[in-house]
Design a protein around this ligand. Structure first.
Ligand code: UD1
Ligand code: MG
Length: 408
């Protein structure tokens, strides 16, 4: 029966892809008319590109899943219709139903808040608050259905703390923070054509491969089926968006898409009980976040845009820079830049007046520090290559290494 449910989900996803591919170009004028557009900063004439397309594909995703809601409960043996109870299911799995509804509510809420961010251009502190609020329905359903806040420890820690530790409320804090991280981490690894969607597609594909592997191994079947129900329509709609967002972008995704993608990943990670594995698929985003911390927390000046600088003569991207006088920085800021400089993670150019020019601390700029000026399309390809390599590393950590550390 499970195979039928997944096959129907796949069929809905294919239809969603075909529909989205037709819809995207038709909506372009409508977005521009509503003043939803941004300048493509890495092009010679900086054309106006319709922005916030995340809202459109988010809607198609939601409609696809709304249509799908009855399917698992129609074909699920536990929910089969019982003639004696007047056609009502004898043992309707209310817990599974509420899980699906709450997951959709959280994603829907995130799309709405992301769109508000695109339209109102919110401040950074709001960007942290929005995903926290959107996860509340999810955390509530986790509390009602599982409330399992125990973590299994690896071998080497068991001598001190035992086999497992119940971390109680901190588990909920961790899950809330996971949603904040997933949404914002995609949003700050952005600014060149196709990167937001490209990285999300690779993460989603990695999750799908992981879910299928676990299904084949017979581990936590229900959780991984649940994840697949969300990941397939996500992949389909994002693939359609990628067709128009890849270099040269005909549409921009907006913060709506970054939030939508991040929340979808957080939802499947939390309710599918594989949040640690999910974080492994976010390795490039974690690296980008750690590298960005001096600027994100304003220890080092952070311009509004940190995307690379375009050179119209050569059509190549160069590093974008920030400049400061070392004396302007606080102690922590100075320690951070000294560590980065010593490890050769940043470019460093001292001016005669003592001011320093360095690249903005993003993974995109780091790639440019290492490889020099590169074409926009190639930078995106390089970063997607890094994402794929990190997925392979994630699988090595998840299977051979984790089995070694956790198996009893
Ligand atoms: C985040 C980044 C910011 C980066 C921006 C690019 C942090 C703290 N913030 O800000 O450094 O510059 O994303 O998305 O790291 N754009 C392009 N080409 C693209 C995609 C976007 O030129 O392929 C430009 C367009 O002008 C577009 C704008 O970026 O309008 C979107 O920026 P926005 O998503 O509002 O920036 P933030 O998410 O706030
Ligand atoms: Mg953004």
């Amino acid at each position: 029966m499970s195979a039928i449910v997944i096959a129907i989900n796949a069929a809905i996803s294919v239809s969603a892809y075909l529909m989205t591919v037709r819809m995207i170009p038709r909506f372009r004028d409508m977005f521009v008319k509503a003043r939803l557009y941004g300048k493509d900063l890495c092009k010679r004439d900086q054309p106006q590109v319709p922005e916030s397309y995340g809202v459109l594909i988010g809607c198609v995703f939601l409609v696809s899943l709304f249509l799908f809601i009855p399917i698992p409960f129609t074909f699920d043996e536990a929910a089969a219709m019982d003639v004696e109870t007047g056609g009502k299911p004898a043992t309707f799995p209310h817990d599974k139903f509420v899980e699906l509804i709450a997951a959709l509510l959280s994603i829907c809420c995130m799309i709405f808040l992301g769109f508000a961010d695109d339209v109102l251009d919110l401040r950074w502190r709001h960007k942290l608050l929005l995903p926290t609020i959107a996860t509340l329905p999810l955390l509530m359903v986790y509390y009602v259905n599982y409330n399992s806040t125990t973590i299994i420890l690896p071998h080497f820690a068991r001598a001190f703390f035992g086999k497992s530790v119940n971390i109680g409320i901190f588990y909920y804090v961790y899950m809330g923070m996971l949603a904040v991280f997933c949404t914002n981490a995609i949003n700050i690894l952005a600014g060149i054509n196709g990167l937001e969607v490209g990285q999300s597609l690779i993460i989603a594909a990695s999750i799908l491969v992981f879910n299928i592997t676990e299904l084949c191994l017979g581990h936590q079947i229900e959780s991984h089926k649940f994840s697949i129900y969300f990941v397939l329509p996500f992949l389909a709609t994002s693939l359609a968006l990628w067709k128009f967002n890849k270099y040269p972008s005909k549409v921009f995704v907006g913060d709506t898409f970054c939030y939508f993608a991040g929340m979808t990943f957080a939802v499947v990670g939390i309710l599918g009980h594989f949040s640690k594995t999910l974080l492994l698929f976010f390795l490039p985003q974690i690296i980008n976040f750690l590298y960005s911390t001096p600027q994100l927390f304003h220890f080092v000046p952070c311009p509004r845009h940190r995307l690379p600088k375009y050179d119209a003569k050569t059509d190549l991207l160069h590093i974008s820079t920030t400049d400061f006088h070392p004396k302007e920085l606080g102690t922590l800021g100075r320690v951070m830049v000294t560590v980065f400089r010593t490890l050769r993670l940043i470019s460093w150019q001292e001016k005669s007046d003592g001011r320093v020019i360095t690249n903005n601390f993003t993974l995109i700029n780091f790639v440019l520090v290492v490889f020099g000026p590169v074409h926009e399309r190639v930078v995106t390809q390089m970063l997607m290559g890094v994402q794929v390599m990190c997925t392979l590393v994630a699988f090595v950590i998840r299977y051979p290494l984790a089995n070694y550390f956790y198996e009893t």
